[in-house]
Design a protein around this ligand. Structure first.
Ligand code: TYM
Length: 343
């Protein structure tokens, strides 16, 4: 069996260049080397208040964006998390062995819980256990994600190890795949906070489907600093962020970027150059997205066959887990059940 990759994005509205650089772009690159599974994690999108009229639409558009960004259905298995019941089922089984205080420690839970005040559902606390289930179901080797998911990956590893210790070797221990550049894209309005789908200001992010005028406007108004020279300086968060975007989306090396910048007269010139780079990087993605969205039958067929392939793997793992836990399996009993009969 080849090495496996699995990752997913929540269908919670527009995907932005943070999701692209931190995750999807890196998924594309794993396709040659690994057996790849990419899901749209719609059950995770239920952990914060959501609009039931939009969830299925966003699930569809997120899957279409995977294709538009270069996920190749011939090489990758693309599916929707809720179409495979094994995800929710394994999450339950893992819940029963996960200490509550491991979940209460999660940074993302604490941040999101503060935003929601009294309205925190159990699902929000349980979010990382469902994520662990997504990963462990596929005997995943590597999980390409942005920096913010590192803690959830560590938790997944801890849960897998704990299960293996208590019930015998059952799960493979997965590793994160986090790129040095673009793993943490920051808000356009504040270089110290992460670019996020849930930021109330759309000006804080560049969405993958923003049109050229919107992109130009957002970059024009984005926050910079008062220093005219544009240099990679860790003490200048806005400069670091914008330079990284320019470098990665322009497929340039750091040296090339430094050379370009040395010829610029200040932020005005830089913003013009960055706008061009962003627009031309996103243009083919947007074009492909439009084509895919016109072919709904094609998209549905990809999801249907992806689900069948993923389900075959997932049901196998789930049966193995149930056996390890000692559940009475539909297709048989644990080997030595008779010796435990009460006399
Ligand atoms: P989500 O939808 O919040 O984020 C999707 C991916 O985008 C990355 N990301 C970023 N990367 C760089 N800069 C940013 N500003 C930025 N914002 C988001 C995230 O790190 C993530 O890789 N919990 C996951 C979804 C998930 C999952 C999984 C991932 C559920 N099950 C199993 C991998 C494997 C998440 O954060 O989704």
């Amino acid at each position: 069996m080849g090495k496996r990759v699995l990752s997913g994005v929540q269908p919670t509205g527009n995907l932005h260049i943070g999701n692209y650089l931190g995750a999807i772009r890196n998924w594309v690159e794993t396709q040659g080397e690994y057996e790849t599974f990419f899901c749209v994690v719609d059950l995770h999108a239920l952990t914060v208040p959501h609009d039931p009229q939009l969830l299925a639409v966003h699930t569809r558009t997120t899957a279409a964006l995977y294709l538009a960004c270069g996920i190749d259905p011939q090489r990758s298995t693309i599916f929707v998390q809720s179409h495979i019941p094994a995800h929710a089922e394994l999450a339950w089984l893992l819940n029963c062995i996960t200490p509550l205080n491991w979940l209460e420690r999660m940074i993302q839970f604490k941040e999101k819980a503060i935003k929601q005040g009294e309205n925190v559902g159990v699902g929000l606390l349980d979010y990382p256990v469902l994520m662990a289930a997504d990963i462990l179901l596929y005997d995943t080797d590597r999980v390409p994600v942005g920096e913010d998911q590192k803690q959830h990956l560590e938790l997944t590893r801890d849960i897998a190890r704990r299960f293996n210790d208590q019930f015998g070797e059952t799960f493979k221990i997965p590793e994160p795949l986090i790129r040095a550049e673009g793993a943490r894209v920051m808000s356009l309005q504040d270089g110290t906070v992460k670019m996020s789908k849930s930021d109330p200001s759309d000006m804080s992010r560049i969405n993958l489907l923003d049109d050229p005028d919107t992109i130009a406007k957002k970059i024009k108004r984005c926050k910079t600093d008062a220093i005219r020279e544009i240099t990679y300086d860790p003490h200048r968060p806005e400069a670091m962020n914008l330079l990284t975007l320019y470098q990665v989306l322009g497929n340039k090396t750091r040296e090339e970027v430094e050379k370009d910048c040395s010829q610029m007269r200040g932020w005005g010139d830089f913003k013009t150059a960055l706008t061009e780079v962003v627009i031309s990087h996103l243009a083919p993605i947007q074009q492909k997205y439009k084509e895919v969205m016109k072919e709904q039958g094609y998209l549905e067929e990809i999801i249907r066959s992806g689900t069948a392939k993923a389900e075959a793997v997932a049901s196998h793992t789930l049966a193995r887990v149930k056996q390890a836990l000692g559940l009475w399996l539909k297709a048989g009993h644990p080997a030595s059940w008779e010796q435990f009969l009460p006399t």
